[in-house]
Design a protein around this ligand. Structure first.
Ligand code: SF4
Length: 354
């Protein structure tokens, strides 16, 4: 593998004839890049910045606060993926609520949340639905099942987000000049290549859908540099062992059946039109925001936290003044230090020496 990486490094140097900035969009890529030390192999003209691809990290502070408020009601079971437990809200976290007696349960899948509702028919079970196009289909499938079975004690706090609208926002940003995107592998399994075509077509941005091995990532970077160098902008699918050009029709169908697109606020990126998913039609009776008459407030980020800039690729984690001082994995200030896919957590784990 070393020989192949070296060949790819030389190819990258060949195409990097001017400064180029590429962004890896997916949190799993961010972790893989830190873990493999790929940045140290890049020629000086190639900058690699991290983007908003960690679903926990982009969940807005107001959404976190609503989740904590609801979980603290005391007469319900609140089901969440484990990564959300330690994300700090304005007042505490789901984990601190649990320590004070709230019934907060960690589930590994949406199915487990519905099972909790079926096993506890006299208790309301709320599922915290976060994540991109990867997790939204399983939330949708679970809501359909709840409808089919006539389940009454179950609802979803849907904070799912859609990747292409965020990429459009980044492409339109005047502050951030990105020459190319390493597109997310898992999201692309669902979406395929078509939803990204506006990036090369309208913005002359190079794109490559890549896998998660160091070789995959290096191949993707070479392809991005080649596209830029030759002005041959396109969406190159380099992860064909998992991604089909047309994506997964069944998963996309589940999302369309259950959800409408809605405006959604992203941490760091702000409100983005039609970038969220809310339950539609008859499925809206499983909408926890409606069921409990909750509103998402505008809540500022914790003082000093630069998660917004980190998620936009404007600064690296080490450039946040709180990094490794007030904000560490055992005392996280922002979600980027909590999530296993967060840039700050990955940087601290793989690229920081105390
Ligand atoms: Fe936010 Fe902590 Fe990262 Fe700073 S180091 S951006 S406070 S998560």
């Amino acid at each position: 593998m070393k020989d192949k990486i070296e060949l790819l490094r030389r190819a990258l140097t060949f195409f990097a004839e001017r400064p180029m900035t590429f962004m890896e969009v997916c949190g799993t890529h961010t972790v893989a890049i830190y873990r493999s030390g790929i940045r140290s192999l890049l020629p000086p003209d190639i900058s690699l910045v991290s983007g908003p691809g960690c679903p926990v990290c982009v969940t807005d502070q107001g959404e976190i606060d609503v989740a904590i408020k609801l979980a603290g009601k005391g007469d319900l079971i609140f089901a969440t993926y484990g990564d959300m437990l330690r994300v700090p809200g304005t007042k505490g976290s789901l984990q601190s609520l649990r320590a004070h007696g709230a019934d907060v349960r960690v589930v590994r899948s949406a199915d487990e949340a519905l099972s909790l509702a079926l096993k506890n028919p006299v208790k309301e079970v709320v599922f915290l639905g976060v994540g991109f196009e990867t997790t939204a289909p399983s939330t949708a499938a679970m809501v359909i099942e709840a409808m089919d079975r006539g389940v009454q004690n179950f609802s979803v706090l849907s904070f799912h987000k859609l990747v292409p609208p965020a990429l459009r926002l980044l492409a339109e940003s005047e502050e951030l000049q990105v020459d190319g995107f390493l597109l997310p592998g898992h999201v692309s399994v669902v979406l395929g290549a078509e939803p990204y075509q506006f990036l090369p077509r309208d913005f002359d941005i190079a794109c490559a859908i890549v896998g998660f091995e160091p070789l995959d990532i290096m191949e993707g970077l070479v392809e991005l540099a080649r596209q830029v160098s030759e002005s041959d902008f396109k969406v190159s699918l380099l992860y064909s062992r998992a991604v089909r050009p047309q994506g997964n029709a069944k998963a996309k169908g589940l999302i369309e059946e259950v959800f409408d697109k809605c405006d959604s606020k992203w941490r760091g990126l702000g409100p983005i039109e039609r970038s969220g998913l809310k339950l539609k039609g008859d499925f809206a009776r499983f909408d926890a925001l409606l069921k409990f008459d909750l509103k998402i407030e505008d809540v500022p980020l914790p003082q000093g936290c630069k998660c917004g800039e980190v998620l936009m690729g404007k600064i690296t984690p080490k450039e946040c003044p709180l990094f490794s001082k007030l904000c560490r994995p055992d005392t996280p200030v922002g979600p980027c230090m909590v999530s296993s896919e967060g840039s700050c957590a990955a940087c601290y784990k793989y690229d920081y020496r105390v």
